[in-house]
Design a binder for this molecule. Structure first.
Ligand code: ADP
Length: 503
């Protein structure tokens, strides 16, 4: 094992990697922007290096600064986490050129899978089913129209360099192809600096099911089963689980085998994910993510395999200690992404200072987060704050456990998506495992605050509001500036005195 690792990331994933380092006896080196000077990942690591000002371009995306930090701190290897530079072949190359170990696949693998058309070509050649459509960028709007007519509507225009759900456009009818093509091309150019666009069939109501793979540098590749990630908003995942509520053992074996074939086709090393759309027993390759994923903990919980540790072991040249037949699955795991977003206002990004924090604990609960009281949540980085994961013997028990944990979770001072997750866990179709990527379109009520329909609750709420109004002048007199949220916002956990305590 290498002696030290620079973690080119922040937040919960940086903290997750620090933990793996601790367990393997590797010295961990955090990096930080000015906004993160006292962030939990910085305090947790053995050593920390400042990158620069808060904007990502000047800090977490600055390759030169990251390499300088690696040099200064004597790092032997670099882990990119997810997001930021994790899927930039140029970064992997720069790390290797600097004589350091890159924790991830080779730059060539990242390149091959980073271009969606190139990936589709390779997968087709390897016999992995792809979504019907073309494997080359489309030259112009007229060509797009001809292909779309041939495929049948609706079709999906996608940026070859796309990612994060950006640069995608659904086209419902022939007359719309031209306009959509031009718009998609412009959007792709602006977002990725590459205007290449291609076409595939837009599936009506598939599930998003992905397979975790793990490869080493000795020619071994195994899959660790699937994750169902159908609950999405604007093509971004919100809830993930393992196993999928619909996959049979045969489906799992077929998809797992296809994912291993996909990984072998690009000589994959390390942890990666092959994403598929699944519909009525058929599955189609969507893309391969050449990094650790946000939702990796559900796989860790059902397989007992520490994916981040294995990323480091593989990078250090170790061979996988298990074969496909050794991989066993136990129980059911669900992950909820806790983001600083207000689900009642169209997932509007929320900011603020964490004034109160109570984290869930107890049997089968895992909290992957880097949150502390007093922390400022700003708009510089991704709104994902943490992940709450529940593991139990069966799916209904995992849901009950997640509900219990969500009830224990208290975050004051910044709006979060926790309420949305509470609603999903109660929703009958979710509980029945009846999911598709259209789930939220079909359940718009989940994006609204739950109606307060219990008369007793309404009466108590009204009494509390009235009490607060009556005593507001007193709160202000004792100094609004001193109260944690300026004396204005209501915080259910701030002990402000109850009506019966008036004296
Ligand atoms: P990105 O790389 O931008 O995340 P993906 O290709 O992984 O894009 O697709 C993201 C999501 O978009 C999928 O999980 C799915 O919900 C939806 N999607 C992508 N392709 C299709 C398709 N052909 N038909 C229907 N939905 C699709």
């Amino acid at each position: 094992m290498f002696e030290s690792l620079l973690i080119a990331n922040r937040g919960e994933i940086a903290l997750r990697i620090v933990r793996a380092c601790r367990e393997l006896g590797v010295r961990s080196i955090a990096v930080y922007s000015d906004a993160d000077r006292r962030a939990p990942h910085v305090l947790a690591a053995d050593h920390a290096v400042r990158l620069g000002p808060a904007p990502s371009a000047e800090s977490y995306l600055n390759i030169e600064r990251l390499l300088a930090a690696a040099r200064e701190s004597g790092a032997a290897a670099v882990h990119p986490g997810y997001g930021f530079l994790a899927e930039r072949a140029a970064f992997a190359r720069a790390v290797e050129d600097a004589g350091l170990v890159f924790v991830g696949p080779t730059p060539d693998t990242i390149d091959a899978m980073g271009d969606k058309t190139e990936a589709r070509r390779r997968m087709e050649a390897a016999g992995v089913p792809i979504v019907p459509g073309v494997v080359d960028p489309v030259a112009d709007a007229a060509a797009a129209r001809a292909i779309a007519d041939d495929l049948g509507y609706p079709v999906l225009l996608k940026a070859a360099a796309g990612g994060g759900g950006k640069g995608m456009r659904v086209v419902e009818a022939a007359d719309d192809v031209e306009r959509a093509f031009d718009a998609a091309r412009r959007e792709a150019e602006a977002a990725f600096g590459d205007g290449a666009v291609y076409l595939e069939k837009y599936l009506a109501g598939p599930r998003h099911i992905e397979i975790q793979v793990l490869g080493d540098t000795h020619g071994n590749v195994v899959h660790l089963g699937e994750r169902e990630c159908s609950i999405q908003r604007r093509h971004q995942k919100l809830v993930e689980e393992a196993p999928s509520p619909v996959l049979s053992a045969e489906d799992r074996a077929r998809m797992g085998e296809a994912a291993v074939r996909a990984a072998r086709a690009v000589a994959y090393r390390g942890a990666g994910t092959v994403e598929f759309l699944y519909e009525d027993g058929d599955f189609y390759f969507l893309e391969m993510n050449t990094r650790i994923q946000v939702e990796h903990p559900v796989t860790e919980l059902v397989t007992g395999i520490d994916l981040v540790q294995w990323q480091l072991r593989v990078a250090a040249g170790e061979a996988l200690a298990f074969a496909q037949d050794d991989v066993a699955f136990a129980g059911h795991a669900i992950e909820c992404r806790i983001t600083a977003e207000d689900p009642d206002r169209g997932f509007l990004p929320a900011t603020g200072k964490i004034t109160h924090l109570r984290l869930p604990a107890g049997p089968g609960i895992r909290w992957d987060g880097g949150l502390v009281e007093g922390q400022e949540i700003g708009l510089h980085y991704d709104p994902m704050l943490a992940k709450l994961i529940a593991h139990a013997p069966t799916r209904p028990e995992a849901i009950a456990r997640m509900q219990r944990a969500l009830d224990e979770l208290e975050i004051g001072g910044v709006d979060t998506s926790a309420d949305f997750h509470r609603r999903v866990m109660r929703e009958p179709d979710f509980r029945a495992g009846d999911l598709s990527i259209r789930y939220l379109d079909e359940h718009p009520e989940l994006l609204e605050p739950a109606p307060l329909d219990d008369p007793l609750a309404v009466a108590v709420a009204a009494a509390l509001v009235e009490h607060r109004e009556r005593t507001r002048h007193r709160v202000q007199r004792v100094g609004a500036k001193d109260s944690p949220n300026g004396g204005s916002g209501f915080s259910p956990w701030r002990r402000a005195g109850w009506p019966w305590e008036d004296a």
